[in-house]
Design a protein around this ligand. Structure first.
Ligand code: ATP
Length: 139
């Protein structure tokens, strides 16, 4: 059993129900926590601190603070990898070519507006879950 952090980003909130349905279709994953959050710019900068030197950083902060996000904890065997595979590649245009059924192919727009996030390692999952669900422990 493993936990991963999922964020439905502002561009996909209009279709959040459909993204949640995709999660529900993955029989081995269970939604264990969910919060609707209006990220403040200072919180977004902390969350994406690893990208602070990238040219797209301020655009990224503007994007993820442009509307509410849905934060979730998913639990299941190999949850991190299972959800990353369901997401598809970072760039939604690339996702439509190489992973047509993926969440980013279906609900995202381009390399920035890509609908959803998933932790890329156990360390990231722990950090990101603590960020949004402080009292949550990986089980
Ligand atoms: P995430 O961490 O959101 O799951 P990822 O791990 O696939 O995505 P990262 O490289 O960590 O991608 O980038 C974090 C986010 O920054 C991306 O999801 C996307 O919204 C944005 N981003 C990444 N690369 C670019 C880029 N070249 N131009 C604009 N925005 C970008």
């Amino acid at each position: 059993r493993q936990s991963t952090f999922v964020m439905i980003k502002p561009d996909a909130m209009q279709r959040a129900g459909e993204v949640i349905s995709r999660i529900e279709e993955i029989a081995t994953l269970r939604i264990a926590d969910m919060r609707l959050v209006a990220l403040q710019p200072s919180m977004a900068r902390l969350f994406y601190a690893e990208h602070s030197q990238r040219t797209f950083f301020e655009d990224l902060v503007s994007y993820v603070t442009s509307g509410p996000i849905l934060a979730m904890r998913l639990v299941g065997p190999d949850a991190i990898k299972v959800w990353r595979e369901a997401l598809g590649p970072t760039d939604s245009n690339e996702a439509r070519r190489s992973a047509p059924g993926s969440v980013r192919a279906l609900f995202g727009t381009d390399k920035q507006r890509n609908a959803a996030h998933g932790s890329d390692s156990r360390e990231a999952a722990g950090r990101e879950l603590a960020f949004f669900f402080k009292d949550t422990v990986d089980g």
